[in-house]
Design a protein around this ligand. Structure first.
Ligand SMILES: [Zn+2]
Ligand SMILES: [Zn+2]
Length: 215
């Protein structure tokens, strides 16, 4: 599943912001530079001003129905004063869309670019691929780039944890097991460490990449 690289960049940055809702200026700058954003280095104040925006972006990923995602993304287009213009940075250089003028500042440009990125994805029929991980307690958002579009978890780790929990629940059901339960108890009650909220995926990891999913 491949999306248009440039328009998908806005959605990928949106996803990154949802998973890094309080980004430092330098890490945000590196991510924006990685997606070829014009003049990508934010000040600390600019990075801070994106925090409430990250919460609004999260709502799009968490909405259950595509119609709700569309309504939220549409409101983001308005809130970001998204106004696409065709721009070239010099004679002979390619024209491309800017969603807010460069002079509006990086915060406004990131808001417009992320709103447009989500809107483009929904417009092309892929709104249902903007997802939040279905494992209880996992806050990670992701863009489902799998072929069948039915990925439910942000990572192999979350999928495995849910599978293990489900398997335990099933094997725990028979009230009078014939075999002695010692072994399964000993191995079955080990607790898997819960993922820290601070270990959200980095850009370029499977969550953000458009490589085929492994789940
Ligand atoms: Zn440009
Ligand atoms: Zn997860």
């Amino acid at each position: 599943m491949q999306f248009n690289t440039y328009t998908a960049a806005g959605a990928k940055i949106a996803c990154w912001l949802v998973n890094h809702p309080e980004p430092g200026a330098s890490e945000l700058g590196r991510v924006l530079a990685g997606y070829d954003v014009h003049d990508p280095e934010p000040t600390s104040a600019q990075a801070r001003r994106l925090r409430p925006w990250a919460r609004r972006l999260r709502a799009v990923f968490e909405a259950a129905e595509v119609a709700d995602k569309a309504a939220l993304a549409d409101a983001l287009l308005v809130a970001a004063h998204c106004s696409p213009r065709l721009v070239s940075h010099g004679p002979g250089l390619p024209f491309h869309l800017h969603y807010a003028p460069v002079r509006t500042g990086l915060t406004a440009r990131v808001q417009a670019f992320t709103a447009a990125g989500l809107a483009h994805l929904i417009d092309s029929g892929h709104g249902g691929r903007l997802r939040a991980c279905e494992r209880d307690g996992c806050p990670t958002a992701f863009i489902d780039t799998s072929r069948n579009g039915r990925r439910r978890y942000c990572s192999i780790r979350c999928a495995n944890q849910v599978n293990v929990a489900r398997h335990r629940a099933q094997t725990a059901k028979p009230s009078q097991p014939k075999e002695a339960p010692t072994e399964s108890h000993r191995t079955g009650t080990q607790t898997t460490p819960a993922p820290s909220r601070n270990t959200a995926p980095r850009p370029g990891s499977t969550v953000l990449s458009s490589r085929p999913d492994r789940t």
